[in-house]
Design a protein around this ligand. Structure first.
Ligand SMILES: Nc1ncnc2c1ncn2[C@@H]1O[C@H](COP(=O)(O)OP(=O)(O)O)[C@@H](O)[C@H]1O
Ligand SMILES: [Mg+2]
Length: 270
């Protein structure tokens, strides 16, 4: 099963650009970014460090205004955060240290005025979905990095968004936990039918998880390739060793560096 039905785009950007600063100290972070994300699909964005990936995600999430162009969700221009539609997950699970796992998930719902009984029901359901039902009463410091990230994902899901934007959500985790979290994320994605847009500097992660990988150039970041990943689903780790996987990886690496891909390397140091 793939999430990529012939669905209408839920996210659409047109000639998006972003320049920071003014006068002599401007930085053009993004230029001419145009792409569409079909409803229910899993799309990753890869690119060298500093190419504007986080900037792009913040614009998509309504946290930062674009300098040029447009971004829309369901045909509506994004100008501010849309909590019911878009949830964001960042690299450091931004949990409140004085609240338990369940309270962290509940908190944004409380802010949105969701009644307590519904808040609790939704929060528990999501905690169960991410496999942490037994950890509801734990504080962030009592959880591992991977568990904190799962609470962070549950918090996003509890808001019942159509879209989840993730900025290197597993970047701070070790390789093994990272792969496990990736598979966990695929399971959640398939269980919920959400649209996921994930930023990562790991080509392997991007190819393993996604329907489509968007490749960005060095700053100012532009989309230089849109790669459809045709690996069947459900995916398993053996696929990472397949010639098709290697070829796709090599193609992205070559686009970004002009060289052949050395095994296992990510884009963090580019
Ligand atoms: N608030 C800001 N003010 C000025 N420059 C910024 C700001 N945020 C990011 N930048 C610059 O914009 C470029 C893109 O940054 P970022 O979006 O964080 O890239 P990435 O996430 O791909 O590493 C970088 O050169 C960065 O230094
Ligand atoms: Mg970033």
């Amino acid at each position: 099963m793939t999430g990529l039905v012939s669905a209408a785009p839920v996210i659409r950007t047109r000639l998006l650009g972003k320049t920071y600063g003014s006068g002599a100290t401007t930085t053009t972070a993004l230029a001419d970014i145009s792409f569409e994300v079909p409803e229910g699909s899993f799309v990753s964005i890869v690119g060298p460090s500093g190419c504007g990936k986080s900037t792009l995600l913040q614009i998509l999430g309504g946290l930062l205004p674009a300098s040029q162009g447009e971004v829309s969700v369901d045909g509506i221009a994004v100008r501010k955060p849309m909590p019911g539609k878009i949830a964001m997950v960042f690299q450091d699970a931004t949990l409140l240290p004085w609240k338990t796992a369940i309270e962290n998930i509940e908190f944004p719902l409380d802010v949105q005025g969701v009644p307590r009984a519904e808040r609790l029901a939704r929060s528990h359901e999501m905690l169960e979905l991410v496999g942490l039902a037994d950890f509801a009463g734990r504080y962030p410091h009592e959880l591992s990095g991977g568990m904190r990230q799962r609470v962070s994902i549950a918090r996003g899901l509890a808001q019942n968004p159509r879209i989840i934007l993730m900025d290197e959500p597993f970047g701070a985790l070790d390789e093994q936990t990272r792969l496990k979290m990736g598979q966990e994320l695929l399971r959640i994605w398939q269980a919920t039918g959400k649209t996921i847009l994930l930023i990562t500097h790991s080509l392997t992660e991007a190819l393993f998880l996604s329907d489509t990988v968007l490749v960005m150039s060095r700053r100012p970041g532009r989309i230089i390739d849109t790669l459809r990943v045709d690996l069947p689903r459900p995916r398993d780790y053996d696929m990472i060793g397949s010639p098709e996987f290697g070829a796709a990886r090599n193609r992205i690496w070559h686009l970004l560096t002009g060289d052949d891909a050395p095994g296992g390397q990510g884009l963090a140091e580019l």
